[in-house]
Design a binder for this molecule. Structure first.
Ligand code: G6P
Length: 608
């Protein structure tokens, strides 16, 4: 996720900005830049890659000045290169931005028609041109930024400097975090706390719709054009705690970040009339498709299992799910109606990349679902079907959480997109699917709130050495993922099973020392899973049931009962994943393991 820092004071701004950006490195980035207002006017330095590249540029060609804005970019629109690095400029204006401008394509066309010349592929550059456009009409900087954001749809936190205003800068936010930090004769804005803690502990958490005019001596906050007061908070977090947003671990932060991450996955993609906009994916190229193989490893493979159900039930196309490491060594019989889609959070997993590469070489259409722009898997698929970026933002915890849920949501979008392209889904059906997806972040928030009781289960749940996780239908992959999460970070042995398979073997293990986590959906298969639970209880096995609100009566057969909001059946996997992640997290934390970096595991496995 991109990082923003803005500074005005008495110190050398480029130094302050680079130091601030360094504290945001944990967010992940692929280029960086600063724009500084000096006596000679506004100038910027930008560099691809790490901050040390930017520092080198600044050393070779320093920028002296005490007002500036800086940015670390995690690519979402356009390649991670210097041209696309922020700040973006138009005339005397420079802008840094976090988030996604949904209507940037329309704005870009409009501004181009008006004579604006664009130099990058980013959505951000429209903001610079908009502000410059209003400045040219005679509005002052603050009014120009206010008029510009009126035109923006989507999520943003921005900071703007103008060479005609050497004593102020303007920042604003909508659905993207931004804080204002108040120092002594210096003030800052930043996308996250660590960037300002070296200067001050006095901060204001800006709210959606806020616009702030920052000078050396003061900061004025405006909401809907009127001056407003916002509480000034004192922050006592250490810089390390601040990086985790006050959460004990990155994994916990990422679990709670999921409603936001899924919002980003959906942003700009839900069209009116049931269409799905997948910017880098060619849905039309799927015409004539008869079969799709989803290829992945680990958690991404579990997302693929959920994806199979979504694509088959929504688009009516048969889907196979394959482990990439197995798939690459099998002999495949392809027909003209085949397509292969790789799912990889990192986009660098060696097996997934090799599997896709081999089928592509045989002339089969390939596509990718990944979180990392321009990753190897994305590049490989770019000139074939293309890529669906999950937009989860960088995931730091090794155990995947938000990458998983955003993969499932991306697959849901793909399923609706295929259904509409092939005509197997009516406009009404597609609209209903997208409407449900629109509500998903809200349901996720509710589920996270309700599942906070999971923390209290940790002492009980940590007593056991083995676990069975059961689910049916689209909750079977969630049972697999729940078991994987638990074993990855708590080192407790856990197996996920399809509930119907229990009687064919695993039931032999059940004793009062062998618990089961049972996922009970509010679907047609519910009664069958409940019967499976009865069989476990009859053998003395402890059971933790996760069910939907309205199923409180299941308490009679549960040792522990966790309830999640009742949601449309196709959204159950996302919602039920949340208590699974929290269970694994709290058990691991209770046992004192290294939650964010569990032993023997790597975030991205680039060897076979
Ligand atoms: C590693 C990670 C897992 C991940 C798997 C596949 O094993 O620890 O969390 O699910 O690789 O990674 P990918 O980046 O391809 O999704």
């Amino acid at each position: 996720m991109c990082g923003i820092v803005g500074y005005i004071g008495a110190q050398d701004a480029s130094e302050v900005l680079v130091e601030g950006l360094k504290t945001l490195e944990y967010r992940g980035y692929d280029s960086a830049g600063v724009a500084i207002l000096a006596e000679g006017g506004l100038d910027r330095r930008r560099a691809e890659g790490k901050l040390r590249n930017l520092s080198k540029r600044l050393k070779e060609a320093p920028l002296a000045g005490t007002l500036g804005i800086g940015h670390t970019r995690w690519a979402t629109h356009g390649k991670p290169n210097e041209t696309n690095a922020h700040p973006h400029r138009a005339g005397g204006v420079a802008v840094v931005h976090n988030g996604i401008i949904e209507n940037y394509a329309a704005l870009r066309q409009e501004l181009q028609a008006d004579g604006a010349v664009f130099t990058s592929e980013t959505d951000t550059e429209v903001v610079a041109h908009l502000v410059s456009h209003f400045r040219a009409q005679g509005l002052d900087l603050q009014a120009s930024v206010a008029a510009s954001i009126e035109r923006l749809e989507g999520a943003y936190a921005i900071a703007v400097v103008d060479e005609a205003y050497p004593d102020e800068f303007i920042a604003a936010r909508e659905s993207s975090p931004l804080i204002l930090a108040l120092g002594d004769d210096e003030n800052l804005v930043a996308s996250d706390l660590p960037a300002v803690l070296a200067h001050t502990r006095k901060v204001v958490f800006l709210q959606d719709g806020d616009l702030v005019r920052v000078t050396r001596g003061e900061a004025q906050i405006f909401a809907e054009g009127a001056l407003v007061e916002r509480p000034v908070k004192r922050v006592d977090w250490s810089p390390a705690a601040a990086q985790k947003g006050g959460y004990k671990h990155f994994m916990l932060k990422e679990i709670f970040e999921q409603p936001r991450a899924v919002t980003d996955t959906l942003t700009g993609r839900l069209g009116r009339g049931g269409e799905v906009h997948l910017e880098h994916f060619d849905l039309e190229a799927l015409k004539g498709i008869q079969h799709i193989s989803l290829v992945a490893c680990g958690t991404s493979w579990h997302a693929a299992l959920v994806g199979r159900d979504l694509i088959e039930s929504i688009a009516g196309i048969p889907v196979s799910v394959e482990y990439a490491h197995e798939y690459r060594y099998r002999r495949h019989i392809f027909g003209p109606g085949d397509a292969v889609i790789g799912i990889s959070q990192s986009g660098e997993t060696a097996d997934t990349l090799a599997a896709l590469g081999e089928v592509k070489a045989r002339g089969v259409r390939v596509g990718a679902i990944t979180n990392v722009m321009e990753s190897a898997v994305a590049r490989l698929s770019g000139d074939s079907l293309g890529v669906i970026y999950t937009h989860a933002g960088p995931e730091i915890g090794v155990a995947s959480t938000k990458a998983f849920t955003t993969q499932m949501v991306s697959l849901h979008l793909l399923a609706v997109g295929i259904g509409r392209t092939l005509g197997t889904l009516t406009v009404e059906e597609a609209t209903a699917e997208l409407e449900a997806l629109r509500h998903l972040p809200h349901w996720m928030e509710q589920a996270l709130e309700g599942a906070s009781q999971v923390a209290e289960l940790a002492p009980w749940a940590s007593e056991f050495d083995n676990y069975l996780f059961l689910g049916r239908g689209n909750l079977f992959p969630v049972a697999l993922e729940g078991a994987l999460k638990l074993k990855e970070i708590s080192y407790i042995h856990a197996e996920g099973y399809a509930a119907g398979e229990m009687k064919h073997g695993p039931i032999a293990l059940i004793t009062e020392h062998f618990p089961t986590v049972a996922l009970v959906g509010s679907d047609d298969l519910k009664a069958k899973v409940v019967s499976n639970i009865e069989e476990l209880k009859a053998r003395g096995g402890p059971v933790l049931i996760v069910a939907s609100e309205g199923d409180e009566d299941l308490a009679r057969i549960a040792d522990q009962l966790v309830l999640v909001p009742e949601v449309p059946e196709r959204l159950q996997p996302v919602i039920y994943s949340l208590p699974m992640q929290l269970l694994a997290y709290h058990v691991a934390d209770f046992l004192g393991t290294d939650v964010d970096q569990p032993r023997n595991l790597a975030k991205s496995v680039t060897v076979e």
